[in-house]
Design a protein around this ligand. Structure first.
Ligand code: MRU
Length: 356
């Protein structure tokens, strides 16, 4: 399985996603500031992978600074590395709770370092397990069958599925959320073809989702984002499955820019529209999507790509990295614990007890 982030001895190693698919190179972080840099420059990206990186970054900050004001400052810098994915704060809060517990118990500082690393590793593993469970629940939501259900009429279905951005192993602890569901469907031989939107301007679909689908031999076609409407007009699409960066209490969902357009198209063409995310992406503190902070990134990402600039040098650009899809456009939110639908009153009690 592709590993976007790995803890090795006293450092964090990232598969540098800004270089993929042309180059598989490693960015090594020895300090929490280097982890923050990896997150803000999108060497590592995708909400769950950002949360895991933050947990490792927290452990590194403790190794570097111990119990001090410098430690608090380093954690604060980590916390603002990217604003939209709530998993970043979740990873940090998870580690803070464990640190408080160890301190209350009077654990010596060197021992705390070791224990914090153990907790971050556990957080990473838990994310992979959640992804697998999302895959199983996604199968149930989309096909109406459980993972062990051998009913041939359901398993005989071959689906055409659209996805957006990258929500696979690269964006998580491993396996993936929306792409995890697609992987599970493919294992059941239920995928005819995946349509992957290229995802302007950072090209996560063209560079990263295509990279993962190719490696797994899952049949796919890439399309530019503006082809989606015509695709839905001319082909029968069975489902759209996307990820999430933050889900408010009413189900409004922030995800990669372009998701809202797909959700509106899904309504027009009567295509079921699923969001897949672990419960760590749900922010119960926010009543609705209007309160979700939307990151705006540098205009350079819109004016060109890597060393190529195609717009006039003085061109002005707008670069919101996410949009917010209202809950009523969503057929179902698939988590590791439940599938929520917009007419359900509230998210069921979940409190991610295994996690926090
Ligand atoms: O800007 P990115 O690449 O971090 O945005 C990623 C997305 O929007 C994903 O869909 C989301 O984080 C879910 S990843 C499982």
């Amino acid at each position: 399985m592709i590993q976007p982030v790995t803890w090795i001895e006293d450092r964090v190693e990232f598969l540098d996603q800004t270089k993929l698919p042309n180059e598989e190179s490693t960015f090594v972080a020895h300090t929490s500031d280097e982890v923050a840099e990896a997150i803000s420059s999108m060497i590592v990206r995708g909400a769950p992978a950002i949360g895991i990186s933050a947990a490792y970054g927290f452990a590194l900050a403790w190794l570097e600074h111990g119990d001090s004001a410098a430690f608090e400052d380093a954690v604060n810098r980590l916390a603002v590395a990217r604003p939209t994915a709530v998993n970043l704060m979740h990873g940090i809060k998870f580690m803070q709770q464990h640190l408080q517990k160890f301190t209350r118990m009077g654990t010596p500082n060197e021992k705390i370092s070791e224990l914090l690393i153990g907790e971050a590793l556990g957080y990473h593993e838990a994310d992979i397990a959640m992804n697998q469970e999302i895959g199983a629940r996604g199968l149930e939501a989309i096909l109406g069958i459980g993972p062990e259900d051998p009913r041939p009429e359901a398993l005989g279905q071959k689906l055409k599925v659209i996805t957006h951005c990258n929500t696979g192993s690269l964006a998580t602890g491993g396996y993936g959320t929306a792409l995890g569901i697609i992987r599970t469907l493919h294992k059941k031989k239920c995928i005819e073809e995946v349509f992957a939107c290229e995802t302007r301007p950072f090209l996560q679909g063209a560079r990263l989702t295509a990279y993962e689908l190719s490696k797994d031999n899952i049949p796919y076609k890439l399309l530019t984002d503006n082809m989606a409407a015509w695709l839905m007009q001319t082909e029968k699409i069975d489902a759209i499955v996307v990820g999430a960066d933050r889900i408010a209490r009413n189900g409004d969902t922030a995800n990669k820019i372009g998701t809202l357009a797909l959700a509106i198209l899904a309504k027009q063409f009567k295509v079921p529209f699923y969001v897949a995310a672990p419960t760590t992406t749900i922010d119960l503190e926010l009543a609705d999507g209007s309160q979700i902070p939307v990151e705006e990134r540098d205009k350079e990402e819109v004016l060109g790509y890597r060393n190529t600039v195609w717009a006039p040098e003085d061109a002005v650009a707008w670069n919101p990295a996410f949009d917010i899809t209202p809950a009523d456009l969503i057929t179902g939110i698939v988590t590791e614990k439940f599938v929520w639908q917009p007419n359900d009153p509230d998210f069921p009690e979940f409190t991610s007890e295994a996690i926090l």
